[in-house]
Ligand binder design. Structure first.
Ligand SMILES: [Fe+2]
Length: 241
């Protein structure tokens, strides 16, 4: 912080690594005390990505995998927001990547086992770079919920996976965004590993009628807070490091 203010992390805001209701966390969580490694120079200074590498349609999942003149099937939405630091200031030049299931809840992945069909015009990945005020925006379809083998009949709420990349190779954070009004959110074993209802609500994007495109797309707003007491819950930083 340039003004010297330090915002400590609230560890109770983040889920424990070991959460038996989310079965794969049992074998993935560490069973011994964590060891702290100082970052290496190459981790802090190594190149991450070239800003000129992004294509024209990278932020448009409606069209970036579609045949010319066609678009993805499903409810058309805009997902937008800002990448913010702990003091609420926008963070520019962050690579924001998203991936999601199609409108039927199906991923384009060779290990995907759900019976819902693929959409030939939907790939499910996109990326953009945050602007000077930290703002980002994507066009896509509303993803469908999908079942997963946890306790036999668990369903993921509709969600979009987010990755944010900073200025160094080791600065990558990953989280998920949910949609206002989805009854599956509070039934999800993964969501329920997050101890605080307020932290879950921070992952739920509200419908924003002011940013809709009439006769075209609804809009959902999702701000990402990188750190501090009210950081977005990042699933790859569950220990609060
Ligand atoms: Fe997913």
């Amino acid at each position: 912080m340039s003004d010297g203010t330090f915002f400590t992390r609230d560890r109770g805001w983040h889920p424990p690594a070991f959460a038996p209701g989310y079965k794969t966390s049992v074998t993935r969580s560490p069973s011994r005390a964590l060891i702290s490694f100082p970052p290496t120079l190459s981790e802090q200074t190594g190149p991450v990505f070239g800003h000129d590498m992004l294509g024209e349609l990278d932020d448009d999942l409606l069209h970036n995998y579609a045949a010319p003149g066609e678009s993805a099937i499903g409810p058309r939405i805009i997902v937008y927001g800002r990448v913010l630091d702990e003091a609420g200031r926008g963070v520019p030049n962050v690579l924001v990547e998203v991936w999601q299931a199609n409108a039927g809840g199906r991923y384009r992945h060779k290990k995907e086992g759900y019976v819902a069909p693929l959409d030939p015009n939907f790939g499910g990945c996109g990326r953009c770079i945050s602007g000077e005020d930290g703002s980002y925006s994507f066009r896509t379809v509303l993803p469908g919920p999908y079942p997963w083998p946890n306790n036999g009949n668990d369903w993921r709420p509709a969600h979009i996976h987010f990755s944010v990349f900073g200025s160094g190779f080791a600065q990558r954070l990953i989280t998920q965004m949910y949609f206002e009004g989805d009854p599956l959110i509070w039934r999800c074993p993964i969501v329920n590993t997050i101890p605080s209802r307020e932290a879950v609500e921070q992952l739920i994007a509200p419908l924003d009628m002011n940013r809709t495109i009439p006769m075209d797309s609804r809009a959902y707003k999702f701000d990402i807070v990188l750190r501090g007491r009210r950081s977005t819950m990042f699933e790859n930083r569950p220990e609060g490091n």
